[in-house]
Design a protein around this ligand. Structure first.
Ligand code: ATP
Ligand code: F6P
Length: 459
């Protein structure tokens, strides 16, 4: 299913079935052969340039791909000694401020080095302004001595209106300003930025030996230097696709299918009568959720039930093979009860580790995440998208946006006939659910159960 460098090839999807295959063969995540790789992503830039947001997104993306990553936020270290500093604290002519800030940076770097030395870490993110050449050189030297590669990520932005709105959106509610008047906090934060501006040095030709990416005005221009390996280029590619325009992503499963009614999994069945009713109701639900006249694009899988569900939506549509349901291999077309009796050991193993369990001749949730990576990348680049897809696929996409851990994501309830709206905000994703008033069976199977699909809550 994967080539050695972890690239999913849809044409390699058919794995031979039969006795050659052992049940529950596990994959090793994205196939990154990286025992020795340690990368420190060093954020660079003035305050309120989205560094923390970028750091948080990169970590969420890497965790979703099973790449161990962790952010070390120097602000949090600084806050233990100086919880509510005023702008003067950040004036470089204030020696006490300078001393405490350097101490916070050192504590963060020390903890990062310790985290790497403990074994499992692959990518650390050092989230601070790191806005002078000397600070960057110090980090570079320190990492080099520890065998850690560095990737500097500078966010540069001179759009004053955007910066002001960033300050209002996230800085006035920062723990630095608890209990303070938001107007006064915003003014103080502007002054803090002025103090940083006095000494800020953008990454330039003097630092030609550093590996870096400069994102200028939210990716309008991107400058890349000395990117060395696969994992670095993957992070850079992700960063290049990010935008912060307001938008939403809607997720819906297909309407109830004939297979859902009979409790069978997989297949390429048509919609049931109630599934048809959901398809007819969907344009109204979308209008209710998105508002009149909102432009969006609809993505479906290549299977009949999603295409049929989307067919009354008057938007541009795209079919993606990558959105097809998790391939249940030899179990395709069976009910859970039939699987339990034909493959009892498999059935038990799937319950034990549902994320990693790969159906005989089929896929695991882990496999699905890998084939969904291009979907996530395209979603990051896009604006309003409505995805009509399948239970397992929806769980994986939802897990990316809502940061759901792997033990839990395959067990999430995502009922039929429900439209989920996800709206990315600065540090989180907002969720709303809209149920159609059309009953459907529940296809949710609890751990240990092979009960027949029952009527769900009349949605
Ligand atoms: P600080 O140095 O104070 O920690 P920061 O650079 O980490 O600041 P964030 O706290 O991440 O800034 O700011 C988040 C805000 O920045 C959000 O409102 C987000 O929309 C916006 N933002 C995200 N990416 C960018 C970008 N590339 N350029 C400018 N603003 C951005
Ligand atoms: O039953 C509907 C369905 O989409 C099946 O086609 C698919 O195998 C299953 O859900 C995925 O859910 P789970 O991973 O919980 O079995």
């Amino acid at each position: 299913i994967m080539t050695t460098n972890g690239v999913f090839r849809p044409e390699m999807r058919r794995v031979p079935t039969g006795e050659l295959l052992k049940p529950n063969r596990k994959t090793n995540g994205v196939g990154v052969q990286a025992e020795d790789t340690k990368i420190c992503v060093v954020m660079v830039g003035l305050p309120a340039r989205g560094k923390s947001l970028i750091a948080q997104k990169v970590v969420r993306y890497l965790h979703w791909l099973s790449i161990p990553a962790k952010t070390f936020n120097v602000g949090q270290y600084r806050r233990t000694a100086t919880p509510n500093p005023s702008a003067e604290f950040f004036d470089t002519s204030n020696p006490e401020g300078e001393r405490l800030r350097k101490a916070a940076a050192e504590a963060a770097v020390n903890d990062m080095v310790k985290w790497f030395s403990e074994g499992q870490g692959l990518i650390a993110i050092l989230d601070a302004t790191n806005s002078t050449k000397s600070r960057r050189r110090w980090i570079q030297d320190r990492c080099q001595a520890e065998g850690i590669e560095t990737l500097f990520v500078e966010s540069k932005c001179d759009d004053e209106d955007l910066i002001m709105s960033n300050i209002k959106e996230v800085k006035t509610t920062s723990p630095d300003y608890v209990g303070q008047d938001p107007e006064a906090a915003a003014q103080d934060f502007r002054n803090r930025i002025r103090n940083y501006e006095k000494v800020y040095q953008t990454i330039d030709e003097d630092e030609y030996d550093l590996t870096y990416v400069k994102l200028i005005n939210v990716g309008k221009r991107v400058v890349i230097n000395q990117i060395q390996d696969y994992l670095q280029s993957r992070v850079v590619y992700y960063l290049m696709n990010l935008h912060i325009k307001p938008r939403s992503i809607w997720l819906s499963r297909h309407g109830e299918s004939q297979y859902n009614l009979s409790g069978k999994i997989g297949g390429d069945a048509d919609l049931s009568e109630r599934g048809e009713a959901y398809a007819r109701a969907l344009p109204g639900l979308v209008k209710q959720s998105a508002g009149e006249g909102r432009k969006l694009t609809v993505w479906t899988s290549t299977l009949r039930r999603t295409i049929q569900t989307a067919r009354f939506l008057e938007f541009e549509k795209l079919e993606w093979k990558a959105l097809d349901e998790l391939d249940s291999g030899v179990c395709d077309g069976l009910t859970y009860a039939e699987i339990e009796s034909a493959y009892p050991e498999d059935f038990r193993q799937r319950d034990e580790d549902k994320y990693n369990y790969r159906y005989l001749g089929g896929e695991s949730y882990r496999d699905v995440v890998i084939r969904l990576e291009p979907i996530i990348m395209e979603l990051e680049r896009s604006e309003n998208i409505l995805i009509v897809t399948h239970q397992a696929i929806l769980r994986c996409i939802y897990a990316y946006f809502m940061n759901v851990e792997q033990e839990r994501s395959p067990w999430m309830e995502v009922p039929l006939h429900t439209l989920i709206k996800l709206t990315p905000k600065a540090y989180s994703t907002q969720e709303e659910r809209l149920k159609a008033d059309i009953p459907a069976v529940s296809t949710f199977r609890e751990k240990g159960s092979s009960a027949k699909h029952q009527e769900g809550d009349a949605a």
